[in-house]
Design a protein around this ligand. Structure first.
Ligand code: IMP
Length: 198
C-alpha cells in the first residue's frame, strides 16, 4: 500500500488499456504497469483459451516479481468465422502484424458476408496472495464493412456495439468503458476487491 492506496500490477504496457483501467479503478488503487515494475519480459501466451493466457501472465508476474496483480486476455469472436480470430486476435495477420493489418485481413475474410455478428470477450485473472480468481466480460456487436472513428485501439474502428449502434472508435472512453468487454470484467474485479475490504 502507498498512501493508503492498494497497489496492484496490471500485466500490460498498453497505454489505452492502462488508462481505461485506471479510470475504472479510481483513487483507491495504485495501478502499476509492467514498465513501472521493471518487467520487460516477452511473456509467453501459449494457451489456447483466454482463461489460460490470462492465468499464465498473472502467474508470471506473481512468481517472478512478487506483486499482487491482474492480467487480461481478450478475443474478438466472429460468428461467421467460427469464432475466429478469438484467442489469436492480436496475431491474426501474423506474428509481427499491426492492428491495421489485423483489420484489413478481417474485412477481407468477411467480404460479401451478411451475418457479421461478433463479440469481444475478456478474461481477467487476479492473484492476491495465494488466491487466484477469474472474471469475464462480454459485449455483443457486429463487424462494419469499413473503418470509422479515431478513438480507442485495436479493432475499435470496425466494431459496432449493438447497445449504442456506434463503433467503439466513435465512443468516448467513458462510454466505451461502460459497456465494453474489459469494462465489464474490470467492474467485476473491483466489485470483488471492494467486497474483500469490508
Ligand atoms: P489483448 O489480449 O488485450 O492483448 O487483446 C488481443 C487483441 O484484441 C489485440 O489485437 C487487441 O488490439 C484487441 N483488443 C483487445 N481489446 C480491444 C478493444 O477494447 N478494442 C479493440 N480491440 C481490442
Amino acid at each position: 500500500m502507498t498512501n493508503d492506496k492498494i497497489e496492484l500490477v496490471f500485466a500490460s504496457n498498453n497505454p489505452h488499456k492502462l488508462s481505461e483501467i485506471r479510470r475504472i479503478a479510481g483513487d483507491r488503487y495504485h495501478i502499476l504497469s509492467l514498465d513501472e515494475i521493471g518487467c520487460h519480459d516477452d511473456i509467453p501466451e501459449t494457451a489456447d483459451t483466454l482463461e489460460g493466457n490470462s492465468l499464465i501472465k498473472a502467474r508470471w508476474i506473481k512468481e517472478k516479481y512478487g506483486y499482487d496483480c491482474f492480467a487480461d486476455d481478450t478475443g474478438l469472436h466472429v460468428d461467421a468465422l467460427g469464432g475466429a480470430p478469438g484467442v489469436m486476435s492480436a496475431r491474426y495477420a501474423g506474428e509481427a502484424c499491426s492492428p491495421e493489418d489485423n483489420m484489413t485481413l478481417l474485412l477481407h475474410n468477411l467480404e460479401g458476408v451478411k451475418d457479421r455478428k461478433a463479440r469481444f470477450r475478456t478474461v481477467i485473472t487476479l492473484i492476491m496472495g495465494d488466491e487466484e480468481v477469474q472474471f469475464s466480460g462480454e459485449v455483443e456487436g457486429s463487424i462494419a464493412t469499413e473503418r470509422s472513428g479515431c478513438q480507442g485501439f485495436g479493432y475499435d474502428p470496425i466494431f459496432i456495439a449493438t447497445e449504442t449502434g456506434m463503433r467503439f472508435a466513435e465512443m468516448s472512453p467513458d462510454d466505451k468503458n461502460r459497456i465494453s468487454h474489459r469494462g465489464r470484467a474490470v467492474a467485476k474485479l473491483f466489485d470483488y476487491l471492494t467486497s474483500k475490504e469490508v
